[in-house]
Design a protein around this ligand. Structure first.
Ligand SMILES: Cc1cc2nc3c(=O)[nH]c(=O)nc-3n(C[C@H](O)[C@H](O)[C@H](O)COP(=O)(O)OP(=O)(O)OC[C@H]3O[C@@H](n4cnc5c(N)ncnc54)[C@H](O)[C@@H]3O)c2cc1C
Ligand code: FES
Length: 256
C-alpha cells in the first residue's frame, strides 16, 4: 500500500446532523487503497492552521472518498464550510485499519465521530458475510446523523442508539446499553470513539477479541514527530503509524 498525496475536488458537502457533515471528495489514488479504520490527513487553510487534521475514511468508491466531519474547532468548521468544486489536499491512506474475517459475529460500538471508521468497516463486514449488531452513543438527539444510522440498519441485524440527554427512547451511554447485551453472542468487538468511552468499555470487554481505534492528537500523522505516542504492553507506539487500531488488551488504559 502506498501513501500518496492527492489533491481532491469537493463533490458534495452535506450537513447530516446539528454538528456533522459528510464531505464527498473526488479520489482515485487514496480511495482505491483504503482499508476500514485507516485515515487521511487533510490540509486546512486558514489562520493558525499549520497542521493537517486526521479523519477516518467514512466511505469509498472507485472514484470518491467521503469523510464524516464533526465540528469541534477551527479546522472542522473550515471543512464544514467548503463548497463543491473546492480543492483539498490529502495524504493517505494512513495507519493500519481493522482486521476483517468472514463469517464472524461482531458488535460495533461507536461514540460521536467514531461512526466514521465504523461505517466503512460495517460495509466490509457485510460483504464478508458477517453478522453485526451496532451500538452508537451521542450526546444529544440532534447530533444523531439519521441517514447514516439508516445505512447501518440495512447492514446490521440490530442498531441501538443511545443519547446522554433526551428526549430519546434510550437514554444513557454505550456502556449502559452494553450491560444489557449478552456478550457471548459475539466473536469480535470493534470500538471507536472518545478515549473516555473506550476506557469505560475496557472493564467489560478486556478478556474478549476487541479492536479499538484511538483518537490521539496528531501533528505529522506519518510517524515522524512522535507526538501521538502511547504506552502499550509492548512498549511505546505511535497511534498514527502503529495504529490507530490496537487490540484493547494491548493498551495501557491507566495511562491514557
Ligand atoms: C485517527 C483519527 C481519526 C479521526 N477521525 C475523525 C473523523 O472521522 N471525524 C471527525 O470529525 N474527527 C475525527 N478525528 C478527530 C479530528 O481529527 C479532530 O476533531 C480535528 O483534528 C479537530 O480539528 P479542529 O481544528 O476543528 O480543532 P482544534 O481547533 O484544533 O481543537 C478544538 C478542540 O478539540 C480538541 N481536539 C483536537 N483534536 C483532537 C483529537 N484528535 N482528539 C480529541 N480532541 C481533539 C482540542 O484539544 C481542542 O480542545 C480523528 C482523529 C484521529 C486521530
Ligand atoms: S503524529 Fe507524528 S508520529 Fe504520530
Amino acid at each position: 500500500m502506498n501513501v500518496v498525496n492527492e489533491k481532491c475536488e469537493v463533490i458534495r458537502n452535506e450537513r447530516v446532523s446539528s454538528d456533522g457533515h459528510v464531505l464527498v471528495l473526488n479520489s482515485r489514488d487514496i480511495s482505491r487503497q483504503t482499508l476500514p479504520g485507516q485515515f487521511v490527513e487533510i490540509g486546512c487553510y486558514g489562520e493558525d492552521m499549520i497542521l493537517r487534521r486526521p479523519f477516518s475514511v467514512f466511505d469509498v468508491s472507485s472514484e470518491s472518498l467521503s469523510l464524516f466531519i464533526k465540528i469541534i474547532g477551527k479546522g472542522t468548521k473550515w471543512l464544514s464550510e467548503l463548497n463543491s468544486g473546492s480543492i483539498v489536499d490529502l495524504i493517505g491512506p494512513l495507519g493500519n485499519g481493522f482486521t476483517v474475517s468472514s463469517n464472524t459475529r461482531s458488535l460495533l460500538i461507536g461514540g460521536g465521530c467514531g461512526i466514521a471508521s465504523l461505517n466503512l468497516l460495517s460495509r466490509r463486514l457485510f460483504y464478508s458475510d458477517c453478522n453485526t449488531d451496532t451500538i452508537f452513543g451521542f450526546s444529544k438527539p440532534e447530533e444523531i446523523p439519521r441517514e447514516i444510522i439508516e445505512g447501518f440498519q440495512k447492514r446490521a441485524n440490530r442498531v441501538l442508539v443511545t443519547v446522554d440527554k433526551g428526549p430519546y427512547p434510550i437514554i444513557g451511554n454505550v456502556v449502559d446499553t452494553l450491560k444489557e447485551i449478552d456478550l457471548e453472542n459475539y466473536d469480535r468487538f470493534y470500538c471507536c470513539g472518545p478515549t473516555r468511552m473506550l476506557k469505560a468499555l475496557e472493564p467489560f470487554l478486556y478478556k474478549r477479541e476487541v479492536e479499538v481505534s484511538l483518537e490521539a492528537h496528531m501533528a505529522c500523522g506519518i510517524g515522524v514527530c512522535y507526538g501521538c505516542t502511547i504506552n502499550t504492553k509492548h512498549g511505546s507506539k505511535r497511534v498514527c503509524l502503529d495504529g490507530p487500531v490496537f487490540k484493547m488488551e494491548e493498551v495501557e488504559w491507566n495511562e491514557m
